[in-house]
Design a protein around this ligand. Structure first.
Ligand code: RM4
Ligand code: MN
Ligand code: MN
Length: 425
């Protein structure tokens, strides 16, 4: 078989990689079994990329595209396929409707298969008005005071599910921008009740093997109140819908300094943690590279996920992982690869935590020892473990260097043009 450029470059760098891997294995005192198990677990961690994250993001002040953006769903799938080819860490793509309505579902399925991808969740959009839409969402969608607006928003969600069915998705993610900007604008209790009623109608219309994920956000675009501002509200709404409705945690959707890892533990405890949107945040919904600002927090979150997965008492459904970030400065493809690497780094470190010693330390109230155990795992260098996982799965030892040395962005600009624009925010 012909050797690919990827294999040639990996071959060139593999000796150095082996040295680093041996060094880390010794430092971490990993025996063969533990080592193999960690590598397999890292390989298995797959995080979806959303179809709206492949172009340059922006703020309300401006947007500075670098060129070569995918201008249709097919090109977006091609980009995610490339990221997966290099990282082996993202085998699915999440769709926002109507930004990415597949015109020919069969052809899209085929393209997904060629790229080694599947469809993750489908996401509804009632935070923007679409052309030809009868009623406006200016004052809300599923919470709206007017039955007709609510019905339009419910119907939209059902239509999103129908698109998803054609693509073999099994998850609907609902994020609402509904809320108020001024005191007195909303009757809080009634707005909640109407939202629950609308979600129940959508839930009932979903096929029986579908899951609904309910995302919360404390502020923006509404600044006084959001109808679903926190995990407690999402949890109540999920409970009110049924067993297949769960809470989705977006890392950027918390007020500064919120203890997100504790929220994760609570939701696991209730068996209601359904999904994750990864991104990095300094202040709010900044949508920066995952792990760029608070890597320790990301590690602590994965620590909760790993302890939850190892605890037979935790009856949580599977968690759907997705990156929900915006790339204002970095090349979107590089930024996504950055995030994927940081997510796997946090996960690999969490896998290194010495659980039995930690449990003993907790039991004995040995505070210093407990913290030390977590810090030991957090401070370990796991980069060679990640590279080894990629190599074994057929990816690149160093995806970003490969992307640059092969001048892939330049090629995309040549093919798609300097001014192509991807749909999204
Ligand atoms: C929201 C939220 C949703 C995403 C939109 C585009 O802040 O994070 O998940 O679909 O942005
Ligand atoms: Mn999100
Ligand atoms: Mn967000």
């Amino acid at each position: 078989m012909k050797t690919s450029v990827l294999e040639v470059i990996n071959e060139r760098d593999v000796a150095r990689h082996q040295q680093q891997l041996e060094h880390v294995k010794n430092l971490l005192e990993l025996n063969e079994n533990a080592f193999e198990s960690i590598i397999r677990k890292i390989q298995a961690l797959q995080v979806a990329v959303p179809s709206w994250a492949l172009g340059t993001g922006g703020t309300r002040f401006g947007r500075f595209p670098a060129g070569g953006e995918p201008s249709n769903l097919e090109e977006k799938i091609e980009d995610v396929g490339l990221i997966h080819h290099l990282t082996q860490a993202t085998n699915s793509i999440s769709l926002h409707i109507p930004w990415d309505i597949p015109k020919d579902a069969v052809a899209i399925q085929q393209l997904l298969r060629t790229n080694g991808l599947t469809i993750d969740s489908v996401n509804s959009n009632t935070f923007q008005d679409q052309k030809d839409q009868k009623y406006s969402y200016k004052f809300g969608s599923l919470c709206h005071t007017d039955d007709a607006v609510r019905k339009q928003a419910i119907d939209h969600n059902i239509e999103v599910v129908e698109h998803g069915v054609k693509l073999n998705s099994k998850v609907l993610t609902v994020w609402l921008s509904d809320g108020s900007n001024f005191p007195g604008q909303h009757h809080f209790r009634r707005a909640f009740a109407r939202t629950l009623d609308s979600l129940q109608k959508i839930y009932k219309a979903m096929p029986s093997d579908w899951t609904m994920l309910i995302e919360y956000k404390p502020y923006e675009p509404n600044f006084y109140s959001m109808v679903i501002p926190d995990w407690g509200t999402s949890l109540q709404l999920s409970n009110g819908c049924g067993d297949r409705a769960h809470v989705l945690v977006d890392l950027g959707h918390h007020l500064p300094n919120t203890n997100i890892e504790q929220i994760v533990a609570r939701l696991l405890h209730f068996g209601r943690l359904g999904g994750f949107h990864f991104n990095g945040s300094q202040y709010g919904d900044d949508d920066l590279t995952t792990g760029a600002i608070k890597p320790y927090q990301l590690f602590l979150i994965f620590h909760e996920l790993v302890t939850g997965a190892n605890d037979a008492a935790v009856k949580n459904p599977g968690v759907a992982y997705m990156i929900d970030a915006s790339h204002n400065l970095k090349d979107p493809i590089e930024d996504l690869m950055n995030s994927l690497e940081n997510i796997r780094t946090a996960y690999a470190k969490a896998l290194l935590v010495d659980f039995s010693s930690l449990e003993k330390g907790q039991q004995d109230n040995d505070v210093t020892r407990c913290e030390q155990i977590l810090q030991n795992a957090f401070l370990a260098d796991v980069r060679p473990l990640l590279a080894e996982s990629r190599l074994r799965s057929g990816g690149s030892l160093d995806p970003i260097s490969f992307f640059r040395s092969q001048q892939i962005r330049e090629g995309l600009i040549k093919r798609r043009g300097k001014t192509s624009i991807a749909t999204g925010l």
